[in-house]
Design a protein around this ligand. Structure first.
Ligand code: SF4
Length: 340
């Protein structure tokens, strides 16, 4: 990992993060969230040493960069983060991190982000209830989320963005309503002036639709379906209308359905791709005219014994381990969080 630099090779203002120099701190993630492909296929976890990064950061500063964006599957798990923050500040650079785990946030990290001009802190609770967070193996408690809100305000960061995913295995209507409830509780903690008296800005709920990915423990789970996801989105949007400074961002569930078809399809889905290409990329028209059954690939429960279209690829993930995790998810989803 230390033998070569991992920085963005092309920097252009037309890219999403074009205004900052990107620096990868490591690859892989050891957390094992059951929906996450990255956490499975990029194992083992490898980090670049802080010494290697020190040289790169110094070179970035010397070449006139002003802001450095740290990249990695889970940057807040980088073991020498405190030291790296110092290196970045010593070189006069501002710091940016895309998303942080609420359970690895520290005073120092939030303070460094605030000093680096961060206007929005982003974290991903993924689900409204602790029960569902535990079932997907992202065991972040409500208390940790509230502490994160307090840190955001005590360091004067004006906005908070949160990622949620709907349509996850074992989800119920209670989990959907809980997203609204959680937003309200976070807002109560956030709606305090910061140390200089400035009010809180905006809480953003960014809602994505769960697509069961191959080579993850949830590869056997069905995709929820565009209509069901749309109905859940409406519940959330209606629910947060009473909060003036909560914004909901979401993708179109139909696009998630397309993603599910492409992620879970077999060789027969190639016909659909050809058709879409022949219509200049108009996949909606292609879906209407394709004779295949999209739901066969997307919303159907896959029995454990079914041979999956991606089984013959070796990406270094053992199916037995995935199955164990899939079975654990079913069991753990029924156990109250306090009883774990
Ligand atoms: S969702 Fe994030 S924390 Fe969880 S396994 Fe994936 S990269 Fe790691």
């Amino acid at each position: 990992m230390n033998a070569f630099e991992t920085i963005a090779a092309v920097k252009t203002p037309h890219a999403e993060y074009g205004h900052m120099a990107l620096l990868e701190v490591g690859k892989g993630c050891g957390r094992g969230c059951r929906f996450c492909l990255e956490g499975q296929v990029y194992r083992p976890v490898r980090h670049r040493s802080v010494e290697a990064l020190r040289e790169t950061v110094a070179r970035m500063a010397a070449s006139g960069e002003r802001r450095v964006g740290l990249v990695g599957a889970c940057v807040s798990d980088y073991p020498w983060l405190g030291e790296l923050l110092k290196v970045i500040e010593e070189n006069g650079l501002e710091l940016s991190i895309s998303s942080l785990r609420a359970d690895s946030l520290t005073e120092d990290l939030v303070a460094a982000l605030a000093r680096g001009g961060h206007r929005t802190l982003t974290m991903a609770p993924e689900a409204g209830t602790e029960r569902l967070r535990w079932a997907v193996r992202k065991p972040i408690s409500d208390a940790q989320l509230m502490t994160a809100c307090d840190l955001v305000r005590s360091h004067g960061i004006p906005n908070l963005k949160t990622y949620f995913m709907i349509g996850q295995p074992t989800e119920t209507s209670e989990d959907i309503e809980a997203i609204v409830d959680l937003a309200g509780r976070m807002l109560e903690r956030l709606r305090v002036p910061d140390a200089t008296g400035r009010p809180f800005g905006r809480l953003t709920l960014s809602i994505s639709s769960f697509v069961p990915k191959p080579w993850t423990p949830f590869q056997w789970a069905p995709f929820d379906g565009a209509e069901s996801l749309q109905a859940k989105l409406e519940i959330i949007k209606r629910g947060v209308r009473r909060f003036s400074n909560v914004r909901v961002l979401h993708e179109n569930p139909r696009e998630a359905a397309l993603q599910a078809l492409l992620a879970r399809g077999d060789r027969r889905v190639a016909d659909f791709l050809e058709l879409a290409a022949s219509y200049g990329g108009d996949w909606r028209r292609a879906l209407r005219e394709w004779p295949g059954d999209a739901e066969f690939y997307t919303t159907r429960d896959r029995p454990i014994g079914e041979r999956l279209p991606w089984d013959h690829f070796d990406v270094g993930v053992k199916k037995a381990g995935l199955l164990r995790e899939w079975e654990r998810a079913q069991t753990e989803s029924t156990v109250a969080v306090g009883a774990r």
